[in-house]
Structure formats: structure tokens, C-alpha cells
Design a protein around this ligand. Structure first.
Ligand SMILES: O=C(O)CCC(=O)C(=O)O
Length: 461
């Protein structure tokens, strides 16, 4: 069932989710579709702090080069691209005449960023999906061929397309552009600049960030997604309950968002933590259907930006050929939730390693003669890094970096003294009470100490 609500441009329409209210008399789970870009303060109070989704209008991104240059609905775009070869365009025109055309913007991306190596998901019919890395120009060529093959088969057969579904996902466009000496085709909108996971710190530049070597350029969570019509991203929540924002440069997407109230059950259904009992499984199925107002579907139009709140499971379906830009991000508002998610992850890794823990405890010391706890918690960090990409070193390193070199002006963040500082202090205190605190590597403990120092600066005055 689709709750499409009003399209942008018709005023401040609200996209109404399931009509029922959420549990506990809370506001219904729905996606506000805004016709005007809100001020940062409004966005903070209405969406970040309340952790609710919204769709922002095209005005938010209208000045991006990506918006102005990438959309090639007309022939002039691909033809006027300085690097697009005549052969590509001629091929494209021939395909267009046969109604086999791939959206022209893909060709433009291939001509500009063809050498970027990108992750690609390929799905043929009901077959398992295959994940590969390849140059963008090769991925786009595969898309062009898949489109031509699929559409010509479908033309002959009755019914649906047999197109192979190709989806470029998690392409580190900004990072790879910088490494290649190219300009990033967009800037982060002010509403999202309080972003601790992608801290560019323009106010106090970090020399590493501008260095053009992959070993010194920090990893980031800024992505481009480009997929054929019918590609999709299955149900998931974003890394460690981070927020995400996603702008459609080309095409339309259907989003299904589940209220964070459903997250504990969805996570366990995903094989994390204790398995669901039969009763819980039935309960989850019922609640996923939307009967308790915890599910909402919304269509995101070209040029619109969706804000996906923290710990919100979601799935995405491309209703047409789509190109989108998105960031996973966090700041002081959802940091406590991310901290809890990290603790949960560490608890699960510890549980999985319980035999090793017992063995080391019995031996009384680690292999290198260090206390057994040092070895054990080192192992937990290693497994967690391999499993989920992060451990405490990354988490506290990120927090320390932001408090040292905040990436945006104070006006685009919650108040330091009455909000950020209090939250950071509470997190530091809680972390120092954790069992592993005494055994963690010096680097992590040093980061926490620095954050604490920042939080107490000025106390004595
Ligand atoms: O666009 C997609 O396919 C997935 C994007 C997504 O899951 C996100 O931005 O959080």
C-alpha cells in the first residue's frame, strides 16, 4: 500500500503513514513532506531531536553542480558533455530509437568518473545477487547491455522485463574524486553539516583530509547510488543507527520506513542477539504489515531529499533509473543511541567469543605475557572491526576529532553547554564504568580523556 500524499509544490503536505497512532499515544509514524527548507533550529527540534523522517524540497540542492549538470533528460546534455565520446552518444541514440535507452545521465557519469572503482550488485531473475568491484565505465556499459538485452527479450515475450538488475552502491564519490583531483559535485546542505562521521572541518582544516593519498585520506560515509529501474536495497538499518539523508538527482524511489519502535524485533529477526520465539515472529509479521502504524511508504521525487532517522529500518525500491547521493551521519543528538548500539555490538561479539574468553581466563595471561583481559578485549575489537567496520577506537576517535576540530559553525549545532557537553560527559562516565575500560589500548583511553577535558574546559572559571 502506498501513501503518496501530496506531491511537492502543493504546499506543506504531510505524507500520512498508517492512519493509526503509534503506541503510547505518540504522534503517528509518518513522513512530513516540506515545501520550504526549514531553518536549522526547526529541523533540529522537529526532526533530529524527535527522530522523525521528512522529505525536503528541491530548493535544498538546486545550486549543486550535480543537480544542474547530471540530469540529461534532453539530448543536449550528453552531447554537450565535453568528455562523452561521439561513439557513446551515437550508440545511445540508436538504442533510444529502439526504446532500449539507459538514462543518459549514466553515460555522463561514466564520462566524468569512469575510472572510479565502484561496488556493484548484480541480480539476475530470482538468482542470488552477486557483488563485484569494477570501473564505473564498465558498470555503465554492463547496464547499457543489460537494458538492451532485457528490453528486447521482453518485447518478444508477453509480460515483464527480463533485465539483469545492476546497482552501483556505496560508491565513495567524494573520496575518490578528491583522490583523483576532481571537484566534489555537491556540498553538504547546512541542515546536515553537524556531521561527525564525515568531518571535513572546513573551519579548522585537517591536513590529512586534503592529502591526495588513499592511506591518509580518512574513510567516509558519503556515497552515490546509481541503479536501473527495479533495483532495490533490502531491509536494513544504517551503520550503528546513524542517520542518513539521500537526494534523488535522477529518478524516483519508493521508501518503506519502519518506526524505531520495531527495531529491536527487526534486529533479532536479522540474526542479531537472541533468536525470536514463534510468538515474537508472528508479532513482528503483524506489526511489519503496518497494523500498528509503525510502517510508512513514501515516493521520493527527483530533486527531493529524504531524512531517515536513527535506528529506523528501511527498504528502498527504484521506480525508474535512479542516481542518488547520500550520507550516513551522526552528531550529538543521535550519538547516545550509536553508543548504545556499539555496546550492544561489543556484547554480541563477546558472547560469540565466550569460549576464547574462558580459555584465556584459565591460562591467566595472553600469548605475549600481557594480562589475559588485554588480549581478549583486543580480540573483541578486531572481530568487531571485521564484522561491522567499527570498534571503540573509531568511535572515540570520531568524537575526539569533532570536539577538537568541529566541522561546522556553532549555529548549525545544538548548544554546547546545555546539550552537547552534558551528553558527552554522561557517555564518558558510562564508558569508564564498562568492564573493558581498564584493558583497552592506550589510544582509546587517551581519546576519552581528551573528550572529558574538552567537556570540563571553563568549569573552573
Ligand atoms: O537508495 C538506496 O537504494 C538505499 C539508500 C539507503 O538505504 C539510505 O540512504 O539509507
Amino acid at each position: 500500500m502506498e501513501f503518496d500524499g501530496e506531491k511537492s509544490g502543493k504546499g506543506t503536505g504531510m505524507v500520512q503513514g498508517a492512519a493509526q497512532r503509534g503506541e503510547g499515544g505518540e504522534r503517528p509514524w509518518k513522513v512530513d513532506r516540506l515545501s520550504v527548507v526549514p531553518s536549522y533550529v526547526d529541523f533540529l527540534h522537529k526532526y533530529l531531536i524527535t527522530n522523525r523522517p521528512c522529505i525536503l524540497p528541491r530548493a535544498l540542492i538546486e545550486d549543486w553542480p550535480a543537480w544542474k549538470e547530471w540530469r540529461c533528460g534532453t539530448t543536449s546534455c550528453a552531447s554537450s558533455s565535453s568528455t562523452s565520446s561521439n561513439k557513446d552518444v551515437a550508440k545511445e541514440d540508436a538504442d533510444a530509437n529502439m526504446d532500449l535507452r539507459l538514462h543518459r545521465s549514466f553515460l555522463l557519469l561514466a564520462s566524468r568518473y569512469g575510472e572510479h572503482v565502484v561496488p556493484v550488485v548484480v541480480r539476475r531473475g530470482e538468482e542470488e545477487e552477486e557483488r563485484r568491484e569494477m570501473k564505473l565505465k564498465d558498470a555503465v556499459e554492463e547496464m547499457r547491455c543489460a537494458r538492451a538485452r532485457g528490453r528486447s527479450v521482453a518485447k518478444g515475450a508477453e509480460g515483464g522485463s527480463e533485465e539483469t538488475l545492476i546497482y552501483i552502491k556505496d560508491w565513495h564519490l567524494v573520496r575518490l574524486s578528491r583522490l583523483a583531483g576532481q571537484e566534489a559535485p555537491y556540498v553538504t546542505p547546512d541542515l546536515f553539516r553537524d556531521d561527525w562521521m564525515n568531518n571535513d572541518s572546513p573551519l579548522t582544516p585537517n591536513p590529512d583530509v586534503t592529502a591526495s593519498s588513499s592511506s591518509t585520506l580518512p574513510d567516509d560515509f558519503r556515497f552515490c547510488y546509481a541503479g536501473l529501474s527495479g533495483t532495490f536495497t533490502p531491509l536494513h538499518r544504517d551503520v550503528y543507527t546513524s542517520y542518513s539523508w539521500s537526494t534523488n538527482i535522477v529518478g524516483r524511489k519508493r521508501w518503506t520506513l519502519y518506526s524505531p519502535q520495531l527495531a529491536p524485533l527487526l534486529r533479532r529477526a536479522d540474526g542479531r542477539g537472541a533468536p525470536l520465539s514463534e510468538g515474537e515472529r508472528l508479532e513482528l509479521e503483524e506489526r511489519k504489515s503496518g497494523c500498528r502504524g509503525e510502517r510508512v511508504e513514501v515516493v521520493q521525487e527527483e530533486g527531493e531529499t529524504i531524512f531517515v532517522p536513527s535506528n529506523c529500518y528501511h527498504e528502498v525500491f527504484n521506480l525508474s533509473d535512479c542516481i542518488s547521493l547520500n550520507h550516513n551521519w551522526c552528531n550529538s543528538v543521535n550519538l547516545p543511541r550509536m553508543y548504545d548500539a556499539m555496546k550492544e555490538e561489543m556484547g554480541e561479539v563477546r558472547y560469540a567469543l565466550r569460549d576464547v574468553e574462558e580459555m584465556l581466563r584459565t591460562a591467566g595471561q595472553g600469548e605475549r605475557g600481557s594480562p589475559w583481559q588485554v588480549e581478549f578485549w583486543g580480540l573483541v575489537a578486531e572481530v568487531s572491526r571485521a564484522d561491522a567496520g567499527w570498534d571503540w577506537a573509531q568511535f572515540w576517535g570520531m568524537v575526539r576529532d569533532w570536539t577538537d576540530r568541529p566541522g561546522c559553525e556553532a549555529e548549525l549545532q545544538p548548544d554546547w553547554g546545555s546539550f552537547v557537553q552534558l551528553r558527552l560527559r554522561a557517555m564518558c562516565e558510562d564508558f569508564k564504568r564498562q568492564e573493558e575500560w581498564l584493558w583497552l589500548e592506550e589510544g582509546v583511553r587517551g581519546c576519552v580523556a581528551e573528550v572529558e577535558r574538552r567537556c570540563t574546559e571553563g568549569d573552573e572559571e
